[in-house]
Write a protein that binds this ligand. Structure first.
Ligand code: ADP
Ligand code: MG
Length: 563
C-alpha cells in the first residue's frame, strides 16, 4: 500500500525556478544535457561502487542511458540503470538546494537577464532545468541493491510543491518523464533530440540510446521500432587523438564540464606515457566564475582512473591560485578506491600536479607572447588577481609567475594593467637602481601621489599598484631579473640622492635647518625625522617610510584592522 505525501519546496528553489525559466529561455535545450549528465553521473557512481560490490549491478551487464518520447502523450523520458536514489536522497537532492553556493548565487543576481543567465549557466541548475520545457516532471527511482518495492516516485509541477510516493520499480536507477509544455513541441521530435544529444553529450562515457526508426511503406512515415540504437559516440573525448578532435568538440566538452556558456580561452591536452601514465585535458576559461573568490567554493579538476569517474573538484590536482583551470585528469596509476585523503599525500598526484601547473603556466606565457595582446590582457583582467596569489603560494614557479604579471604604470597613465616587468626593464636605464612602485587604495590615489613628482620629472616609470593583494605581492617579490623592487615612499632612494647632495650656501643651510627644526617641534612624536627634499615639485610636503619600516599603505591597513 502506498500513499502520497506532499512536500513544499524550499523558498530558494521556487525563486531559482522562476529565474531560470526566464533566464534560460534561449538555451532551453540544455535540459537534456543536464539530465543526461545526471544519468551519466549515476552510472559512474554505480560502476565505481560495484567495483567492490558486484551485487549492485543486479545482474545487468550494460550501463546505459535511454531517451524516448511519446508525441501523443507529449512526454520525453530519460532513464538510466545507475545508482538510483533512496527516498531520503530524493528529498535531499531534488526539491532542496543542497549546494551551499546557491544562496550566494542568488545574492549575486543582477536582474540583468544576459548576466544572470550566464551565472545560472556556471552554477549549473541541473535537474531543475527540466521545468524550462516541462509543466510536470515525474521522477521514479530505486537505489541499486534495494528491494524492488522500495522505489520512490516524485512528482512536481514546479510550482511550490512536490509529492512523494513509494512504488515498485523493477530496474535499478532513475527514470525521468517530462510532460512537455504546449509551446515546446519542437522537442517532441526524434531528429531534434538526437541533435541535442550529439551536440552536448557525444563524449558521455556511456551509450545513450534511442528507439530505432524504420520507413513504413504504407503510412509513408518513419516509424519507431522496438529496438534501441546508440546515438552518441560514447568515447571519452580526452582519450581520442588530438588530431581527431575539433575546436568545437573541445569547446562543447568544456561547456558540459564547466557549465559555462562561453567557449574556453584555450585548452591543453596531453597524453603522458612512461613511468607515469595519464591524460590531462586542461582548460583556461575566458570568463571568471562569479564565485572565484568564495572561500567555500570547491575547485579542482575531475579525476578519472582508467576512464572510471572518481571525483569532481579534486583540489589536490591544482594549486589554489590556478583554481580557475577546469578539466580532466585520467590516471592509470591510481587505485580506483582513491580518496581525497590519499590524494593529499600521494607521489603520483604530486607529479601530475606539478606537470599540470607547468603546462598551464607555459601556455599562459605562450599567449602572453602573442603579437596581439588582447587574449592575454583579457585573461589578465579576469584572473590576474588570482594568479598573483601564486607568487606566495608557489615558490618553485615564482619566476614564471612574475613574468606573467601585468601592471598599470606612469608610462601608460591609464588604469589598465598592461605592462610586464620585462617591458619595464626594457624601457628603464641600466643604471636605474630599482623597479619602482607605489601602492595605494585606488588607481587614482596612486596616480595622484606627491611621491611621484620627482619620478615624473626625471622620466622614471613607476608601477601604480592598487589591487587589494598588491601590498602582499610586493612584500613577496623582492626582485625581478636581478633588479630590486622598491617603493617610492621609502626614504633612501639612490635616484634622488645626487640632487640632495647639491651644494648650498651657508645662509640657505641655516634657513633650512631652522625650518626643519620648527616642523619637527610641531610634529613632535608623530615622526622620527624631518628632512628637506627634492622629491617634490608641486606639493609642499610628503610622508616617507624609513628603510626597513612598514610602508604607509600597510600602516594604514594595519590601523584599519585595529593593530
Ligand atoms: P548536480 O548534478 O550538479 O549535483 P542536479 O540538480 O543536476 O545537480 O542534481 C541534483 C542531485 O540529484 C544530484 O547531485 C544527484 O545526487 C541527484 N540526481 C539527479 N539525477 C539523478 C539520477 N539520474 N540518478 C541518481 N541521482 C540523481
Ligand atoms: Mg547535474
Amino acid at each position: 500500500m502506498s500513499h502520497t505525501e506532499t512536500h513544499a519546496f524550499q523558498t530558494e528553489v521556487n525563486q531559482l525556478l522562476k529565474l531560470m525559466i526566464h533566464a534560460l529561455y534561449s538555451n532551453k535545450e540544455i535540459f537534456l544535457r543536464e539530465l543526461v549528465s545526471n544519468a551519466s553521473d549515476a552510472l559512474d557512481k554505480l560502476r565505481f561502487e560495484a567495483v567492490s560490490n558486484d551485487a549492485l549491478n543486479e545482474g545487468e551487464s550494460e550501463l546505459a542511458i535511454q531517451v524516448s518520447f511519446d508525441k501523443d502523450a507529449r512526454t520525453i523520458t530519460i532513464s538510466d540503470n545507475g545508482i538510483g536514489m533512496t527516498r531520503d536522497e530524493v528529498i535531499a537532492n531534488i526539491g532542496t538546494i543542497a549546494n551551499s553556493g546557491t544562496k550566494k548565487f542568488l545574492e549575486n543576481l543582477s536582474g540583468d537577464q544576459a548576466k544572470d543567465s550566464n551565472l545560472i549557466g556556471q552554477f549549473g541548475v541541473g535537474f531543475y532545468s527540466s521545468f524550462i520545457v516541462a509543466d510536470e516532471v515525474v521522477l521514479e527511482t530505486r537505489k541499486a541493491g534495494a528491494e524492488l518495492a522500495d522505489g520512490t516516485r516524485w512528482v512536481s509541477k514546479g510550482e511550490g510543491e512536490f509529492t512523494l510516493e513509494t512504488v515498485e520499480k523493477a530496474s535499478k536507477g532513475t527514470s525521468i518523464t517530462l510532460h512537455i509544455k504546449e509551446d515546446m513541441n519542437e522537442f517532441l521530435d526524434r531528429f531534434r533530440l538526437k541533435n541535442i544529444i550529439s551536440t552536448y553529450s557525444d563524449h558521455i562515457n556511456f551509450p545513450i540510446k534511442m528507439l530505432k526508426t524504420e520507413w513504413d511503406e504504407e503510412a509513408k512515415v518513419e516509424k519507431e521500432t522496438a529496438e534501441f540504437e546508440q546515438v552518441n559516440k560514447a568515447t571519452a573525448l580526452w582519450t581520442q587523438p588530438k588530431s581527431e578532435i575539433s575546436e568545437e568538440d573541445y569547446s562543447n566538452f568544456y561547456q558540459t564540464i564547466s557549465h559555462d556558456f562561453n567557449a574556453p580561452l584555450t585548452q591543453i591536452h596531453n597524453r603522458v606515457e612512461g613511468t607515469l601514465e595519464y591524460t590531462s585535458l586542461l582548460y583556461i576559461p575566458e570568463k571568471a566564475p562569479f564565485d572565484l573568490y568564495d572561500r567555500d567554493r570547491r575547485y579542482g579538476l575531475k579525476l578519472y582512473v582508467k576512464r572510471v569517474f572518481i571525483m569532481d573538484d579534486a583540489e589536490h590536482l591544482m594549486p589554489a591560485y590556478l583554481r580557475f583551470v577546469r578539466g580532466v585528469i585520467d590516471s592509470a596509476d591510481l587505485p580506483l578506491n582513491v580518496s581525497r585523503e590519499i590524494l593529499q599525500s600521494n607521489k603520483v598526484v604530486d607529479k601530475i600536479r606539478s606537470a599540470s601547473v607547468k603546462r598551464v603556466l607555459d601556455e599562459l606565457a605562450k599567449i602572453a607572447k602573442e603579437d596581439d595582446q588582447s587574449r592575454y590582457l583579457g585573461f589578465w583582467k579576469q584572473f590576474g588577481n588570482v594568479l598573483k596569489e601564486g607568487l606566495v603560494e608557489d615558490f618553485a614557479n615564482k619566476e614564471k609567475i612574475a613574468k606573467l604579471l601585468r601592471f598599470a604604470t606612469t608610462h601608460t597613465g591609464d588604469a589598465e594593467q598592461t605592462v610586464s616587468l620585462q617591458k619595464y626593464l626594457d624601457r628603464c636605464k641600466d643604471e636605474q637602481e630599482a623597479i619602482y612602485y607605489i601602492v595605494a587604495d585606488s588607481h587614482a590615489a596612486a596616480k595622484g601621489s606627491p611621491h611621484l613628482e620627482v619620478f615624473r620629472k626625471k622620466g622614471i616609470e613607476v608601477l601604480l599598484l592598487s589591487d587589494r593583494i598588491d601590498e602582499w605581492l610586493v612584500s613577496h617579490l623582492d626582485e625581478f631579473e636581478g633588479k630590486k623592487l622598491k617603493s617610492i615612499t621609502a626614504a633612501d632612494l639612490k635616484e634622488l640622492a645626487e640632487d640632495e647632495a647639491e651644494t648650498l650656501s651657508e645662509e640657505d643651510k641655516q634657513a633650512r635647518e631652522a625650518l626643519t627644526e620648527k616642523v619637527k617641534n610641531a610634529l613632535a612624536d608623530a615622526v622620527s625625522d624631518v628632512r628637506i627634499t627634492h622629491r617634490l615639485t608641486d606639493s609642499p610636503a610628503c610622508v616617507v617610510t624609513a628603510e626597513g619600516g612598514i610602508s604607509s599603505h600597510m600602516a594604514r591597513m594595519m590601523e584599519q584592522m585595529g593593530q
